[in-house]
Design a protein around this ligand. Structure first.
Ligand SMILES: C[S@@+](CC[C@H](N)C(=O)[O-])C[C@H]1O[C@@H](n2cnc3c(N)ncnc32)[C@H](O)[C@@H]1O
Length: 319
């Protein structure tokens, strides 16, 4: 028997005794002394830490869920499902449909929790967000303690990619730092709305060798910073439509990847009215909207780092 086979056998025995829950997934191709150390440690204690998966599920198209996310979801015992109120019920339904469609290998439980609204009456935005995150952190703590046994894996399914414009990682890390009980977590990358938007418009996000600004609608009040040729606007994208340089090439999308998808592109000043019209009609119809915007300096005005002619002229397109 090779060392790897002996190790595998060892892991299977531990898994059967319930001492190790991740035997199958964690065995690397090559011998890994780190893994051996973890096995020995688990033998000594007889218990594993609770584990949390923070899984990116893409921007609303079930076909954008990655194989890595599917594999991770098929290891989960408890899915923690946010209830963000009636307005976001469609998003909740999407999360459920992802689980129903892709989780095949094991039984699981779902636990719903209410996401508290962010207070609007605080002095500073930062203060309000910190208080809100602390509240959500307390809720996460209770969820993990009350609904996840020590050898189980729980999951939060995060819209798009968990590392972009999402605070789950910050909240979970703060909870871990706070102590009280031990848990570990993994992050599974997802397709972000930014990538989906750029792909649907068939446009690269950055110009060659040039920086990209990722910001929210208010972050563009002053226009594009001098060193960036492109900006991606998430959250309140509508706020960036006016007050920003109208000569920029703009690529807007709402519900990107979803059945309700709308796309409009062209010079910002030429599309702003249409985007606002489409946006408010869609919001009225569906009760909620998620839209984002990619703005780019027209090639002729951009830096000498991007000398090639524009591949596709700015166009106005509605689908
Ligand atoms: C809290 S951020 C989450 C971003 C997410 N983590 C990601 O990677 O796309 C929510 C914002 O993302 C953008 N967004 C997310 N999904 C979208 C979609 N399917 N279509 C358009 N914009 C979307 C919107 O700007 C929305 O306000």
């Amino acid at each position: 028997m090779t060392r790897r086979e002996i190790l595998l056998l060892h892991l299977r025995v531990l898994a059967r005794r319930g001492l190790l829950v991740e035997a199958r997934e964690q065995v690397p191709e090559k011998h890994d002394t780190g893994l051996e150390r973890r096995v020995l440690a688990s033998k000594g204690r007889g218990l594993m830490k609770r584990k949390v998966m923070i899984v990116g599920i893409g921007p609303g198209d079930p076909d954008c869920v990655t194989i890595q996310a599917i594999k991770a979801m098929n290891r989960v015992d408890v899915f923690f499902m946010p209830d963000k109120g009636a307005e976001k019920a469609d998003l909740g339904r999407f999360r459920r449909s992802i689980i129903d469609r892709y989780v095949r290998d094991r039984p699981f439980r779902t636990v719903e929790y209410r996401v508290p609204p962010r207070r609007r009456d605080c002095d500073s935005y930062e203060g309000a967000v910190a208080t809100w995150h602390a509240e959500i952190g307390d809720i996460y703590g209770k969820l993990l303690l009350e609904h996840l046994s020590e050898s189980e894996i729980g999951a939060f399914l995060v819209w798009g990619d968990p590392t972009l414009y999402d605070s789950t990682l910050r909240i979970v890390e703060r909870l871990r730092a706070k102590g009280g009980f031990e848990f570990d977590y993994d992050v599974i990358a997802g397709v972000s709305s930014v990538q989906a938007l750029a792909a649907r418009h068939r446009v690269p996000i950055n110009e060659i060798g040039r920086p990209v600004l990722i910001t929210n609608g208010r972050g563009l009040a002053e226009g594009l910073p001098a060193n960036a040729d492109s900006a991606v606007v998430l959250l309140n994208a509508d706020k960036a439509l006016r007050g920003t340089d109208g000569e920029l090439d703009a690529y807007w999308g709402a519900y990107v990847g979803m059945p309700q998808e709308s796309l409009v592109s062209g010079k910002l000043k030429d599309i702003v009215d249409e985007v606002e019209r489409v946006r408010s009609a869609a919001r009225r119809e569906h009760g909620w909207i998620m839209d984002c915007l990619l703005l780019k300096t027209p090639r002729e005005r951009s830096s000498p780092h991007s000398p090639t002619p524009r591949e596709r002229p700015a166009r106005k397109r509605r689908t």
